[in-house]
Design a protein around this ligand. Structure first.
Ligand code: NDP
Length: 236
């Protein structure tokens, strides 16, 4: 449906869930190369030595490790056209009982990791006068009981999107953000969602999110910049 011929893509947290769907979709849309940054030791669903995937085991909160990962990416690909800041975690609990560790780890991965990776591409994208940056926020941006840490990190990504879009627009870089509701992934299982609950929200699939990301990263979305888009099947 889209054509990413000649384009190089980086996806964080691409080993499973939404990230996996994003990697598969970009490869199907003929991306020249997709680098996957994930804490897992190896890629679970594909042989990274084949088919345009560059897998790099990397904790995105570790700044030197991120810098080294991007060195490898630039050495292999020469450029990055698309960065999908997808990796994220939850550590739920009521704010009045939340441990400092649970606050810090969510802020560090969901916001800090996205910062670390975006800093590795922004100057290059400015230099090449083009690029696409995606952040994944959440419906929890609007507030969610037990997710003060997660909602705060995801809210900051909305503000970062709007600011970076304004700063980068003249360089032909678009920066957009998605606010998904419940998507069927391992993260949701860990939050004990019951997808068969008839009174529960309709749940989305990782492919629903991947599809919107690909559109936003395509040439057709050239004038969509700074958008923060609900993708929630009507949940809100
Ligand atoms: P998953 O937990 O299924 O997958 C997340 C991936 O990110 C995993 O492969 C995980 O590795 C990796 N990861 C976690 N921490 C790090 C890190 N520090 N460095 C590198 N990689 C890391 O999550 P989803 O696919 O469900 O979520 C993807 C994004 O979408 C997240 O940002 C999430 O907040 C957001 N989102 C998800 C929703 C949902 O309902 N699923 C709803 C709204 C937003 P490992 O498994 O090995 O730990």
């Amino acid at each position: 449906m889209f054509d990413f011929t000649g384009k190089y893509v980086v996806v964080t947290g691409g080993n499973r869930g939404i990230g996996e769907a994003v990697v598969r979709r970009f490869l199907n849309e003929k991306a020249a190369g997709v680098a996957v940054l994930d804490v897992a030791e190896g890629l679970a669903y594909a042989d990274p030595s084949e088919g345009g995937i560059l897998y790099i085991g990397c904790d995105i909160t570790n700044r030197p490790a991120v810098a080294s990962a991007f060195e490898q990416i630039y050495a292999k690909f020469g450029r990055v056209d698309v960065l999908v800041n997808n990796a994220g975690i939850t550590r739920d609990g009521m704010f009045h009982k939340m441990s400092d560790d649970n606050w810090d780890s969510v802020i560090n991965v969901d916001l800090g990791g996205a910062y670390n990776c975006t800093r590795q591409v922004i100057n290059r994208m400015r230099g090449q006068a083009g690029g696409r940056i995606i952040f994944i926020s959440s419906i929890s941006f609007y507030g969610n009981v037990g997710q003060a840490n997660y909602a705060s990190a995801k809210g900051a990504l909305v503000s970062l999107t709007k600011t970076l879009a304004r700063e980068s627009a003249r360089k032909n870089i678009t920066v957009n953000c998605l606010l998904p509701a419940a998507i069927e992934t391992g993260m949701l299982e860990s939050l004990h969602y019951d997808k068969n609950d008839p009174n529960g929200p309709r749940m989305g699939k990782p492919e629903n999110v991947a599809s919107l990301i690909c559109y936003l990263c395509s040439d057709e979305a050239d004038f969509i910049n700074g958008a923060c888009i609900d993708i929630n099947g009507g949940a809100r």
